[in-house]
Design a protein around this ligand. Structure first.
Ligand code: MN
Length: 488
């Protein structure tokens, strides 16, 4: 079980009685939060910190504890912040600075100096905040009474993001083949991805997979076919083409388990030994939390796995999508997102149909794929790009809509959405920001989740939402460029 340290600051000037009370209060608070977060991580109370040595020891312990995904800090009393300098310099885990109090309301009748001295996070948290700012420590500050639902929900969001950051460390990503020839935005610095995020991204020859495919038995294919027909409607007589895909997915399952893979890419330019481009095989596997990126897009594949992890246990769908084409009816512009084949059935608004159609690219046999209309509702589209000297996340808030009319001749799954704040602004902002034509779309997560993830990983983030205005957006991009240049 992953854990979050609950760290309470004080100092040794207060005397035993006050410190004992602080200990008791913080224990009760940690226990309350543990009850609210136990499905994500256990919240562990730690003894109230009174000295610089204690602070440093605790932060070193948290940093070295591989089960610790984050720390929550708050100053019950005043806690002179020079005592936190070495501790904060040593801390290597995401920090939530919870600006709260043990008491919700003031006891107007009985309040005296003792009460004020004990319950002075208004004072102590400002001192602590100063030293964090002075040291340039990235942290999330949440202010409010810790039992209020709005505060608990923010703390839970933080914990989910911290768990996702923890998941990134050592996450293994397999690339079958390399980046699609000449494509810029899907490429990236894999070494930098491992330095910044912990993603271990490696190339495998598609032959490594073909070897496993050739060993798949008819019984294993039957089992996978049963899974397909249980979940989806068979809408083709070409069962052989579907069985071919079932064989691919059975082999991918084995490969993923053996190599401990969380995300993978393929490319239609490197399918030696495969008869079809993986279609339903890639689609069905995406429903199991595995990230996928086509055309060697390892960033989207890895981000897909991470966002699915962050969205675990939350209602909604998360998966890879590609910007394809538009309905540009004035004032009612809609985007049509799809891919050659590989759209995750988590986005299905209608029961997916298994169909076989020709694919005009790649020169292989007609691949079996799932075809469906998409869901509707609020969502985000997130693209990760490599700017050369840093990674950038572009996060757009979108409104998924029902497709206005049937598309009987379109042989792929599709989603449609409205761009915010309006088509002209949102699409231009995405393009100014350099956002890719590949993204991870989620109706489970919000831009708040992405903001937290970006903050904890030190990644640059731009958000496109209802408030986006192009002039200030372009200025923001210029400032980000300037900041990156200053950092060298
Ligand atoms: Mn693509």
């Amino acid at each position: 079980m992953k854990k979050i340290y609950f760290i309470t600051g004080s100092q040794d000037l207060y005397g035993e009685e006050t410190l004992a009370q602080a200990e008791k209060d913080s224990m009760e608070m940690a226990e309350f939060l543990n009850g609210k977060l136990s499905d994500i991580a256990s919240v562990e109370h730690t003894p109230v910190v009174k000295t610089a040595a204690e602070a440093e020891k605790l932060c070193v312990k948290a940093s070295a504890d591989e089960d610790c995904i984050a720390v929550i800090m708050w100053m019950h009393t005043f806690s002179p912040a020079k005592m936190w300098i070495r501790a904060l310099q040593a801390l290597r885990k995401p920090m939530l600075h919870l600006h709260t109090q043990y008491n919700e309301k003031l006891p107007y009748d009985s309040i005296d100096m003792d009460f004020m001295n004990l319950n002075q996070s208004a004072h102590g948290d400002r001192e602590f905040g100063f030293i964090c700012t002075r040291l340039g420590i990235k942290r999330e500050v949440i202010a409010g009474y810790y039992k209020h639902e709005a505060v608990v929900s923010k703390i839970r969001r933080f914990a989910y993001a911290a768990a996702a950051v923890d998941f990134c460390k050592g996450m293994r990503v397999a690339m079958f083949g390399n980046n699609m020839r000449d494509v810029a935005v899907t490429d990236g610095d894999r070494v930098e991805s491992e330095i910044k995020l912990g993603w271990n991204v490696n190339y495998y020859a598609v032959g490594d997979l073909v070897k496993i495919i050739n060993g798949i038995t008819e019984t294993e294919i039957d089992a996978k076919m049963k899974e397909y027909t249980d979940k989806y409607d068979m809408d083709t007589d070409n069962t052989a083409a579907v069985r071919e895909q079932a064989k691919y997915e059975a082999a991918l399952d084995k490969f993923i388990a053996k190599e401990n893979i969380s995300a993978f890419t393929d490319t239609f330019q490197d399918l030696h030994g495969l008869e079809q481009l993986p279609g339903i095989a890639a689609q069905n596997i995406m429903t199991k939390g595995i990230g996928f990126g086509p055309e060697g897009d390892y960033k989207t594949a890895a981000l897909g796995a991470v966002m699915q992890k962050m969205a675990a246990d939350r209602a909604g769908a998360t998966g890879f999508m590609e910007d394809y084409t538009y309905d540009l009816t004035e004032g009612e512009e809609l985007e049509l997102a799809a891919h050659m084949l590989e759209v995750s059935p988590v986005f299905a608004g209608t029961k997916p149909k298994i169909q076989v159609h020709p694919l005009g690219i790649g020169g292989k046999s007609d691949p079996a794929r799932l075809v469906f209309d998409g869901i509707s509702g609020k969502g985000i589209a997130v693209s990760m790009i490599d700017m050369g000297n840093r990674f950038r996340l572009v996060c757009a808030e979108i409104e998924l809509v029902k497709q206005p009319e049937p598309m009987p001749k379109l042989p792929v799954a599709r989603l449609m959405w409205k761009i915010k704040p309006d088509f002209a602004t949102g699409a231009a902002a995405w393009i100014y920001a350099g956002g890719a034509h590949h993204a991870v779309v989620s109706t489970a997560l919000t831009s708040e989740d992405i903001r937290l993830f970006a903050k904890m990983t030190g990644m640059e983030l731009v958000i496109i939402d209802d408030k986006t205005e192009l002039n200030s957006f372009e200025q923001q991009l210029e400032l980000l460029d300037l900041k990156a240049k200053m950092k060298g």
